[in-house]
Design a protein around this ligand. Structure first.
Ligand code: TMP
Ligand code: ASP
Length: 243
């Protein structure tokens, strides 16, 4: 395979080969989609902002012993990552009820959950990323029992680290989605990105339920000032890192 060849284009990122087969280059796009790409748009500067926020949060994970695919950030909207085989699961962690949890359970938006909830969704656009039961996950052979145990442990640890970090930024981590990959020695690494595209983040300095939203819900729900929300998250993350 030649160097710089496009391997895969997703909704928010493009993956390229590099001179080293063990390393891939991720290009973060400004494109935004929601509701399985039924809604499409663009958020000015999103690629650079998400790449920067993800870089800081992957570094935070690595510093605390959570292995990730992150290597470095050669350009503002580019990240070099270890090549992994992505496990076709979207691992969602929830601390506060929002989004599909409210729609599917009737829980009121903002309800604080007694314990963080870890859920698995099938990463399959054609099927609309359905929620999985453990038995369905095993039926489809999407991960082994041992991998599922590891994913739950890693997701909870990541939630503890991210929640504490965002708390220091005066941001509440409501919920988020993670993806994981397996490297050539079968180690599970945190992959994809951690950004306002994949997290719900509420500004603790705002009480209004729409004004407090700093994440992709601004785009999903046409709340306006989408770029401003993302930029505020980055500013606070950078300020926290310096402080
Ligand atoms: P949900 O409430 O719509 O199920 O979303 C839960 C979390 O997962 C939320 O932080 C947004 C994130 N998410 C993604 O990153 N990608 C997706 O495709 C979906 C549906 C949600
Ligand atoms: N990323 C998903 C999509 O386009 C859904 C979402 O984030 O709401 O479709």
């Amino acid at each position: 395979m030649s160097v710089g060849q496009k391997l895969y284009e997703g909704k928010a990122k493009i993956l390229y080969t590099t001179e080293d087969p063990a390393i891939l280059l991720t290009h973060f796009k400004d494109d935004a989609t929601a509701f399985n790409a039924q809604k499409k748009g663009s958020i000015v500067g999103k690629g650079e902002i998400n790449c920067a926020i993800s870089t800081h949060l992957f570094n935070l994970m690595e510093a605390n012993g959570v292995p990730t695919h992150f290597i470095d950030r050669p350009k503002p909207n580019e990240m070099r990552v270890k090549s992994v085989k992505i496990i076709p699961l979207e691992v969602v962690v929830r601390n506060i009820a929002a989004g599909s949890l409210c729609l599917q359970t009737g829980l009121e938006l903002g309800t604080i959950l007694k314990h963080p909830l870890v859920e698995f969704y099938y990463k399959n656009d054609q099927l609309g990323d359905p929620l999985l039961t453990h038995d369905r996950l095993r039926l489809l052979d999407l991960a082994t029992d041992d991998q599922v145990d590891q994913l739950i442990k890693m997701a909870k640890r990541i939630n503890d680290l991210l929640s504490a970090f965002f708390q220091q930024c005066d941001i509440t981590l409501v919920d988020f989605k993670l993806e994981f990959g397996v490297d050539s020695s079968e180690q599970i690494l945190l992959a994809d990105e951690i950004s306002p595209d994949t997290c719900r983040l509420w500004n603790q300095n705002e009480t209004d339920s729409d004004r407090r939203v700093m994440d992709k819900d601004r785009f999903r729900r046409d709340l306006g000032n989408v770029e401003e929300g993302y930029r505020q998250v980055l500013e606070r993350v950078l300020r926290r890192d310096e402080g």
